[in-house]
Each structure stands twice: as structure tokens, then as C-alpha cells.
Design a protein around this ligand. Structure first.
Ligand code: URP
Ligand code: ZN
Ligand code: ZN
Length: 478
């Protein structure tokens, strides 16, 4: 088994910052020591990490690859998506297998396993979207735990597509309470939102910016509140995905303060981008930033509130909700998906919802969080690498620099700098939401289970080396 020594770096974990070397034996971390350990002689490769941080590989617990959505398909599949993730320092993703109406959960899961198997550059797991809550699928929610799926996403939004009503949600929550699994919630009042969208279009308000105004903060906070009440009644852990409204986080904080097992994630785009500058951009450019929950006005204080909530642990995780769509026609990419964001020209309700971002998360959080003084280094690692592993039952195999953990490691160079643009990304999409953002940091080496998969700007991994991860119950519960 190959032995690699990472020498001279500063190890940064969720709790510690220390000067020490890391010995990797095969796929695992075999030793951590400072000073004269004598490991260099027996190493097949020595990586010089002086002046760099050595952190656990980042984990993105919310991606959508190869998903049919919004009248088209997301533009990344498991091959292009996981390769781009690796470029950005992410070494594990959890994607969403989907059970659609009339389908069995096990069939949806098998479908997504087939999409991923043999294609991934990094390790991967699945949450299950339960799109059809019925007596059979409730039973299957238990059965699929044996496959390592311990979290289920439900939707209070998208009526007629993935939406579940309160009774269905409550039954699924009761099932999760029995099996010790976690309910993930897309918390928006989709019924009210559909009325507002219809009325906006009738008034001729069809530009992308109306995507946000027809999803006001109360449509998010009401749903967050309702989800929390139902979860507390059912007795299951609840994880609210992609939170963007300060009023929603206030609901979450109140529940956490009384000891409820409720958790929240946000995404870099909600903290860094702004409705006025981005979603309301001239022409149809705003379509690039249409996602749900929506990007909100900075002038209302949401962005600052999210940063503070993240720093004080009212929010626990930063994911990407990666769901990329080409802005223009995808005529030349590997999938030739045709018109994507432009499907909604003249009617914002037809713009496919979602932003690409699996590649940029760690860097954007380093720049806007650490460099710009909103998060310390350890919290950066905690929200991007360690809490995701704990929340979804993968710790300490993932999310840690510790003896016995998988050698998923990023050697991060805080002295590198670059500017995001369509030409600096590796995702299968024609834009980055962070166009023009200057970043003072970059992964220099990315390792997945002891193998270097990204060396500088080069992908040196192998398609299919990523392995399916069977997950256990959440390790974040109070
Ligand atoms: O706009 C979004 N969030 N698209 C992806 C699907 C979802 O709701 O997570
Ligand atoms: Zn969602
Ligand atoms: Zn999503």
C-alpha cells in the first residue's frame, strides 16, 4: 500500500489548529505527529505543505446531478459534477435519489445508484426524496435504511410535482422518528407562492426578479415554523435545507433554544449574492440566479443575518444545492441540453430553479468567511467539512483529520489567488454565479482516500474511483 507523507503544513480541524505532519497508509490516515518522527524514509511520496493548511476534504450534502427538473435536466451528471467538486476541494457529496409519484422508493434508489455507479471521482451517498408518501413508501423508508440511506427530503413547495401536504409530511416524520432517521425539508409555502406567481404573471410582471418577490420571507418562515411543529409532534430530527430568509432562521433558533433536534443549512449564494445586483440584473441575466428558496435583498439584512447565524451555530452547515442549468443553449457540451435558463424568457415561472456551485463552495466560504473576517478558520472547516459528516452519519470516517479516518485531505494554499469566471470552472455549465469574485486561496492538492485526485489545476483522478457510502444515523442529535 502506498504511503504518503504530508509535511510541514498547518492542520486545521473544526476544533484545532496545529503544526504537524500527516502520514497516510493506503486509504487511511495512519499518523499525525510534529517533529522527528522518521516517516520520510518509508514514504512513497512526500507532499510539501509548508505555508499551507491541511484540512479534511470538504463535504457537500446537497447536490443534484443527473436530475430531470424544471422541464429539462440539470446540466451536470455524476461524472462532470463530482470531478468539478474535486477541483474545489470537495471529496464527498450526498446527492438526492428521487421517488416520483407512482414509483416505489427502492426503484427510485436503484435508478440513482445506476446513474452514479462507475462515474464518480469522489465518494458519494444518497438522501431519498419521498415524492409519494403512501402506506407502501412509508414501509420502504424503513427498508432503505439497510442500504445506508438515513435521511429523507420532503417538499412543502412545488405543488403537483414533489409537494407533500401536512398529513403526508406528518406520517413520514412519524416513520422517521421510529427508524431514527432524519427528515430534510424544503420549507416554503408552495400553495401561497403559486397564487402569487400566477397573479404576478397576470399583471405582466414576468422578469426574473419577480421570482424573489413572489416568494417573500414569510412564505419561508411560515413553512419552517410548520415543519418544526410537525417534527416536534412526531419526535423526529429535522434538517431545513437551503435557508435564505432571516425570519426562517429566527424560527429555527427559537426551536433550537428550547432543545429541539432541528438543524439548518444555507448556501454560499444566499450569503454572497444579492437580489438587487443579481436577480434584478438588466435583461434576462437575472435568470442565472433563480433558485428556491430565492436570493433575497441585501438591504433587508438577510445576508448579514445568515453570516452571524452561521458563526454562532444557529445554522450548522453550508451546502451548495448544486443544480446547474445552462444560461444559453447548450449546443456544444457533452449532453446538448438545448435551451435551459432561457426556457423562462417572457415568463419567470418557467425558469428552471437552481444554481451551479459544487465547485466554488470551499473557496467562496474561505474568501467571504475567513479572509473577510466573518468566520474563523476552524468554523470554516466545521461548516464545510465536519458538521456535514456528523449530521449525516459519516463521522469520523469523513470530516476529520484523525488516525483511522479516510485520507480525504485538502492541502489548501492561502497564498494562491484567482478570479472566478466561466473560464475558471470545471462544471458542465456556461457561467459561474460568482463571476468576477476575487479569491485569495485555493486547493493545491486534493486527496480522496489516499489518492491525489487534483494536483494544482489538474484533475489526476480516475472516473469510477468514487465509492458509495452507507451512512448511519445523525451524530448531531441533542
Ligand atoms: O432551486 C433549487 N433549489 N433547485 C433544486 C431543487 C431543490 O429544491 O432543492
Ligand atoms: Zn429544495
Ligand atoms: Zn436541492
Amino acid at each position: 500500500m502506498a504511503r504518503t507523507l504530508i509535511k510541514g503544513g498547518t492542520i486545521v480541524t473544526a476544533t484545532e489548529t496545529m503544526q504537524a505532519d500527516v502520514l497516510i497508509d493506503g486509504e487511511k490516515i495512519a499518523g499525525i505527529a510534529a517533529g522527528d518522527h522518521g516517516w520520510e524514509a518509508g514514504a512513497d511520496r512526500v507532499i510539501d505543505a509548508s505555508g499551507k493548511y491541511v484540512i479534511p476534504g470538504a463535504i457537500d450534502v446537497h447536490t443534484h446531478f443527473d436530475l430531470p427538473f424544471g422541464g429539462t435536466y440539470v446540466s451536470d451528471d455524476f461524472e462532470t459534477g463530482t470531478r468539478a467538486a474535486a477541483h474545489g476541494g470537495t471529496t464527498t457529496i450526498i446527492d438526492f435519489a428521487v421517488q416520483v409519484k407512482g414509483e416505489r422508493i427502492m426503484d427510485g434508489f436503484a435508478n440513482w445508484m445506476a446513474k452514479a455507479e462507475g462515474n464518480c471521482a469522489i465518494d458519494y451517498g444518497f438522501h431519498m426524496i419521498v415524492g409519494d408518501v403512501n402506506p407502501d413508501s412509508l414501509k420502504e423508508m424503513d427498508a432503505i435504511v439497510g442500504e445506508g440511506v438515513t435521511s429523507f427530503k420532503l417538499f412543502m413547495a412545488y405543488p403537483g410535482v414533489l409537494y407533500s401536504d401536512d398529513g403526508e409530511i406528518f406520517r413520514a416524520m412519524q416513520q422517521a422518528a421510529e427508524s431514527g432517521t432524519t427528515i430534510m425539508m424544503h420549507a416554503e409555502n408552495g400553495i401561497a407562492i403559486d397564487v402569487l406567481r400566477e397573479q404576478a404573471v397576470q399583471r405582466g410582471n414576468t422578469d426574473p426578479k419577480y421570482h424573489t418577490t413572489t416568494r417573500p420571507p414569510t412564505t419561508e418562515s411560515e413553512a419552517v415554523h410548520r415543519a418544526i411543529v410537525l417534527a416536534e409532534l412526531a419526535g423526529c430530527p429535522l434538517y431545513i435545507v437551503h435557508m435564505s430568509a432571516k425570519e426562517g432562521v429566527e424560527e429555527l433558533t427559537r426551536a433550537r433554544d428550547r432543545g429541539a433536534n432541528v438543524f439548518g443549512e444555507t448556501c454560499p449564494h444566499y450569503m454572497v449574492l444579492d437580489w438587487e445586483d443579481h436577480v434584478s440584473a438588466p435583461g434576462f441575466e437575472g435568470a442565472k440566479y433563480v433558485c428556491s428558496t430565492p436570493i433575497r435583498p441585501r438591504s433587508e439584512g438577510h445576508q448579514e443575518y445568515l453570516w452571524n447565524a452561521l458563526a454562532r451555530n444557529d445554522l450548522q452547515i453550508v451546502s451548495t444545492d448544486h443544480a446547474g442549468f445552462f444560461y444559453d443553449d447548450d449546443l456544444h457540451g457533452p449532453r446538448k441540453l438545448g435551451r435551459q435558463k432561457r426556457l423562462g424568457e417572457g415568463n419567470f415561472t418557467l425558469i428552471p430553479n437552481g444554481l451551479p456551485g459544487v465547485e466554488e463552495r470551499l473557496n467562496v466560504m474561505y474568501q467571504a468567511g475567513v479572509v473577510e473576517g466573518r468566520l474563523n478558520l476552524n468554523r470554516w472547516v466545521e461548516v464545510c467539512c465536519t458538521n456535514p459528516a456528523k449530521m449525516f452519519g459519516m463521522y469520523p470516517q469523513k470530516g476529520a483529520i484523525a488516525v483511522g479516518s479516510d485520507a480525504d485531505i485538502v492541502v489548501y494554499d492561502p497564498n494562491a489567488s484567482f478570479t472566478y469566471g466561466a473560464d475558471t470552472i470545471h462544471m458542465n455549465v456556461d457561467y459561474t454565479a460568482y463571476e468576477g469574485m476575487e479569491i485569495s486561496g485555493k486547493p493545491a492538492i486534493v486527496m480522496s482516500r489516499g489518492k491525489v485526485v487534483v494536483d494544482g489545476d489538474d484533475y489526476v483522478g480516475t472516473k469510477g474511483d468514487g465509492r458509495y457510502l452507507k451512512r448511519g444515523p445523525s451524530q448531531m442529535l441533542i
